[in-house]
Design a protein around this ligand. Sequence first.
Ligand SMILES: NC(=O)c1ccc[n+]([C@@H]2O[C@H](COP(=O)([O-])OP(=O)(O)OC[C@H]3O[C@@H](n4cnc5c(N)ncnc54)[C@H](O)[C@@H]3O)[C@@H](O)[C@H]2O)c1
Length: 261
Amino acid sequence: MNSSGNVVVITGGASGIGEATAKRFAAAGWTVVIGDIDETRGRAVAAEIAAGGTRCDFHRLDVSSEEEVERFATTVSTDHGPVAALVNSGGVLQNAVRVTKMPIEEFDRILDINVRGTLLVGRAFATRMVEAGRGSIVNLCSLTTFHPWPQPAYGVSKAGVKMLTEIMAAELGPQGVRVNAVAPGYTLTPAMKARIDRGERDPSTVIARSALRRFVEPHEVAEAIYFLSSPLAGAITGATLPIDCGWLVYTSYSAAAAQPA
Ligand SMILES: NC(=O)c1ccc[n+]([C@@H]2O[C@H](COP(=O)([O-])OP(=O)(O)OC[C@H]3O[C@@H](n4cnc5c(N)ncnc54)[C@H](O)[C@@H]3O)[C@@H](O)[C@H]2O)c1
């Protein structure tokens, strides 16, 4: 499918799932706009995409800042008019910590980026999509959206993103705007690889608990995001799609299967 003329905005496009998604849309002929707090990597990714012959703009953006998000959305609208798709991949992970030991500043920081950021960017572009009468938004959830993990800030943030996705889907559907989420499993992004290297994630446990016995690759999440953003998913809104190599089903099934039949 060549979607020449369409514009996608991707927050967090400087790395990991966002970067893979930017490259997926560019490969299909979309103009890509990346907003990310990491200026060095963001400019490098935009240059790499542009070298392949597709327009890719980079803007430094902190998604948790209302002022920066409004300025970003205004600039993108001036440059490109209404965008057809938004992907909210800018976000931060968290390591295991008990609730009683959770530093409240860290809780606020993670909620600010993952939930407030998704709301601010979603609100800014949804307003413009409604005016255009069309558009698609894809948010980033997680396995922690569905199950309690010892990540009290991250888990709460990703459960919040699912609810925000559903509220926005209900509100914006009548005006032609679809809102969905993907829930990636353990995905081998730079953020995840760094945690494995530091011993903060155990790869053998992840593999043993996944039905497909492997990690997810960033390009596989990008493929699902691209599908949800495309007319092929024209009847899908309010959904949160796991892309987890079967971690959710296998983990809960194997816990029950450990009991006597
Ligand atoms: N990697 C995984 O296993 C996994 C699993 C489930 C969900 N996710 C989610 O996917 C999204 C992307 O994660 P990733 O693994 O690709 O991580 P990543 O660190 O590789 O990429 C995240 C990007 O977000 C940017 N970012 C961070 N704070 C920002 C801010 N305040 N404003 C703008 N940009 C900001 C970073 O600079 C980075 O480029 C996150 O929302 C994460 O929670 C990741």
